[in-house]
Design a protein around this ligand. Structure first.
Ligand SMILES: NC(=O)c1ccc[n+]([C@@H]2O[C@H](COP(=O)([O-])OP(=O)(O)OC[C@H]3O[C@@H](n4cnc5c(N)ncnc54)[C@H](O)[C@@H]3O)[C@@H](O)[C@H]2O)c1
Ligand SMILES: O=C(O)CC[C@@H](O)C(=O)O
Length: 525
């Protein structure tokens, strides 16, 4: 009988389901990391919320662990690469707490508009300060969403009921989906300039970290009110404190903090701040939903090998898996490349397989492309839910199969349709299993897509490679590999550099300022 440990406070339904399905379960809450490392070796499954940190060190001791289930959305507390390397499947429950979290954001918005916590404290202190707490109405105010995925779109729906005007910045949101949601799609700057209330609903990624920065706050309307029920690192907390103190920001309601548990924080005590201890998902309904889902999914996997909502594993049969594995690795890298490089709203994506790839089940290849593509925008996407999410968001997904064999024995081409037209990338397998990019936006280029990379488009003129090499060298960035491509007949050249470390913003700016540079972007695989 498989054995599961529930190591965070979870609705009793989870344990009930495990037992009913024939899975042995222990519930031990509040273990230190040393205690967890000591006992984890006994378990086949680990069910967590956000308190348990599944680090590489703990995984080292997890000699029997096969699956980790996160009763919730964010998996920041689980080291997924380390779990994958160890062959441990990581699952989450991407939709179970969305309504609850959206409702928390709306509650925070009301609390800010009418200063409810301060008014409550003052009234209970016997002060009856009726004239001190002048509020604002929500009706006809503009609500700016950063991120309009599952939770953001529910917030938009509720805000419409409150007669608010909803605008959103989300690079993944198509015009069609925005129209369907009744949201006006705007640029990030416009969102900062126009919002009376601003609410965040994105995962924490390299692109979203510090998205509400000091510079961004300076662009906001005086008197803006800010709500964050997503992830702490999205806001520069020091800058927010200054903006609250100066009165530029009228109020901020935070459920999440850069460091959690936030027992101390520089923002605490700042006038206009409302805070809750990461309560977004804390309703009995949501906790029942996520507990049931996580227990069912983990029991399915441990008892029957069924895979649902896995973040690091495709749904596959035992025979297909080994053959498909290198093709899926290639597909995911190509999807991730276009996801990271597509700046405009993508309306559709086509996945074309040719040669040996055309003889295989195309669904997992498509799933891998979509997981790679959408993984550039959201951390809760996986092979299983990526096609569903793509459909829900109006992304037109096309699969094309050619039996023919071209220059390469096998080829996968991924094309995205944007307002600016179609852009495509293509890759093959070198040998049996080495994924290799062979074409990028119409330019022939051969590259491994691996680790940290730099994508540069420049004028095809002499001396450029020397200049970029010198600039990166002077900044202490070691180049592992250079891949070059140029458009036939002249014009732009493309450079893909493998670098030994993530290239920070100031260095990126230096590269950007080099003569002849048209575009620079960091990539990560
Ligand atoms: N406070 C809580 O207890 C609580 C509960 C549930 C979820 N969350 C967090 O809320 C966040 C949103 O969850 P969700 O289920 O809506 O996720 P989701 O993946 O459905 O939506 C995220 C959206 O963010 C968009 N996005 C990605 N990068 C962006 C960028 N650079 N700029 C603007 N938008 C960008 C994506 O396109 C997507 O539409 C996650 O961070 C999740 O962990 C918090
Ligand atoms: O489990 C919780 O309480 C928080 C969950 C939330 O942050 C999530 O990402 O699902």
């Amino acid at each position: 009988m498989p054995k599961v440990l529930i190591s965070d406070k979870m609705d009793p339904k989870a344990a009930e389901i495990f037992r009913a399905r024939g899975v042995e379960v222990d519930e031990i809450i509040g273990l230190s990391k040393e205690e967890l490392a000591e006992i984890i070796g006994k378990y086949d499954g680990l069910a967590v919320r956000s308190s348990t940190k599944l680090t590489p060190k703990i995984l080292e001791s997890a000699t029997n662990l096969k699956v980790v289930g996160r009763a919730g959305i964010g998996v920041d507390n689980i080291d997924i690469p380390a779990a994958s390397a160890k062959g441990v499947v990581v699952m989450n429950t991407p939709f179970g707490n969305s309504i609850t979290t959206a409702e928390h954001a709306i509650a925070m918005m009301f609390a800010l508009a009418r200063q409810l916590p301060e008014a409550d404290a003052s009234t209970q202190a016997g002060k009856w300060e009726k004239s001190k707490f002048m509020g604002v109405e929500l009706t006809h105010k503009t609500l700016g969403l950063i991120g309009a995925g599952n939770i953001g779109s529910i917030v938009a729906d509720r805000a419409h009921g409150l007669k608010m005007k909803v605008i959103a910045y989300d690079p993944f949101l198509t015009e069609e989906r925005a129209v369907e949601l009744g949201i006006e799609k705007v640029t990030l700057d416009e969102l900062f300039e126009r919002s009376d209330f601003l609410t965040l609903h994105t995962p924490l990624t390299d692109q979203t970290r510090g998205i509400v920065s000091r510079e961004a706050l300076a662009k906001t309307k005086k008197g803006v009110r800010i709500i964050n029920c997503a992830r702490g690192g999205l806001i520069d907390e020091e800058a927010l404190k200054d903006a609250l103190e100066s009165g530029h920001v009228a109020g901020a309601a935070l459920d999440v903090f850069a460091e959690e548990p936030a027992k101390e924080n520089a923002l605490f005590g700042t006038p206009g701040l409302i805070s809750t201890p990461h309560l977004g998902a804390s309703t009995s309904e949501a906790q029942v939903n996520v507990a049931i889902q996580v227990a069912e999914q983990m029991a399915d996997f441990l008892l029957d090998g069924g895979v649902t909502n896995a973040l690091n594993m495709p749904s596959l049969t035992a025979e297909e898996a080994p053959k498909l594995k290198p093709y899926m690795a290639l597909a995911k890298k190509l999807g991730s490349l276009v996801g990271q490089l597509a700046h405009d709203a993508v309306k559709g994506i086509s996945i074309e397989v040719e040669g040996a790839a055309a003889e295989l089940n195309q669904k997992p290849i498509t799933g891998a492309v979509l997981a790679g593509f959408m993984g550039a925008y959201s951390d809760s996407v996986n092979m299983v839910n990526a096609p569903y999410l793509a459909k829900e968001r109006g992304l037109d997904v096309r699969e094309i199969r050619h039996e023919r064999e071209g220059v390469y024995h096998t080829l996968i081409r991924v094309a995205v349709m944007t307002d600016e037209g179609e852009k495509s990338v293509a890759g093959t397998l070198f040998g049996e299993d080495a994924p290799r990019l062979v074409e990028l936006f119409g330019i022939k280029i051969e590259a491994d897509l691996d680790g940290d990379m730099l994508y540069v488009v420049n004028e095809d003129a002499p001396g450029f490679i020397g200049r970029i090499g010198t600039t990166l060298g002077a900044a202490g960035v070691n180049i592992g590999n250079f891949h070059l491509g140029r458009r036939d007949g002249g014009g732009d050249a493309v450079l893909l550099l493998s670098v030994d470390q993530h290239v920070d913003e100031p260095i990126l700016l230096e590269v950007c300022n080099l003569e002849g540079v048209k575009t620079v972007k960091t990539l990560s695989f």
